[in-house]
Design a protein around this ligand. Sequence first.
Ligand SMILES: *[C@@H]1O[C@H](CO)[C@@H](O)[C@H](O)[C@H]1NC(C)=O
Ligand SMILES: *[C@@H]1O[C@H](CO)[C@@H](O)[C@H](O)[C@H]1NC(C)=O
Ligand SMILES: *[C@@H]1O[C@H](CO)[C@@H](O)[C@H](O)[C@H]1NC(C)=O
Length: 205
Amino acid sequence: MWAISVITIMCLSLAIGKYCERLYSLYESFGCKPYDSYENVPTKYDCTVSSYKTEYVEGMCYFNGTFYSYGEMLQQRYPRTAFQDVCDYFCAVSVDTGLGPYFEYDNCVNNESSDVSGNECVHDVLSNMDLFSHDWAPVFFPGDKCPFFWIADEPSNLISDDCSENPKTCCKYLNYTMKTDRKFQPTNSVTCECTCPPIIECLRN
Ligand SMILES: *[C@@H]1O[C@H](CO)[C@@H](O)[C@H](O)[C@H]1NC(C)=O
Ligand SMILES: *[C@@H]1O[C@H](CO)[C@@H](O)[C@H](O)[C@H]1NC(C)=O
Ligand SMILES: *[C@@H]1O[C@H](CO)[C@@H](O)[C@H](O)[C@H]1NC(C)=O
């Protein structure tokens, strides 16, 4: 039994590795649903069903079934995974990007044992829900399950693939559509690839 489980897990991780391994936690955290799979392992997700897309409105923050107005603080503290902190989160408008609303963190305390079960990238859901909604791309450091930052640089030679036949099989980056295996470099230090639509997977070199 034990051996079979180990083999199953190994096969599963090899298969995921080829497609959605790096984006898995992010898709799960945003409530995207598997759209296509190969041998029961997701190869594409559908994010149009994510409540962070369907409930996205300009004037209010949305989180986990509830709307919040600007300045309002979440009752519960949530982790900021990359820094192993736990923080308060306030509904805010973005000054930097002109997007928003999103939740801004404050009063962080280091807590390496904080529990993120089931929602590993909750920090991205809170702090980057606007970037997710506007199809920016998450940038990962190799080995991390959640992105370190999100990017929206447009190299001058960037063009869309024709995805009119079935847009759900393509990645979306800003207003561009790209087929799987398409690669591009938004900046010299970041390489992006459409591995597991619709979110583009980017790596910091
Ligand atoms: C979202 O809300 C449900 C119940 O309303 C709760 O069980 C769950 O823990 C909440 N998730 C987060 C990340 O707070
Ligand atoms: C750290 O997280 C654990 C688990 O969520 C919690 O029980 C503990 O109270 C937290 N410690 C601090 C200092 O917030
Ligand atoms: C995307 O297209 C919309 C509508 O055509 C436009 O308003 C918006 O500025 C575009 N965004 C980017 C990042 O190009």
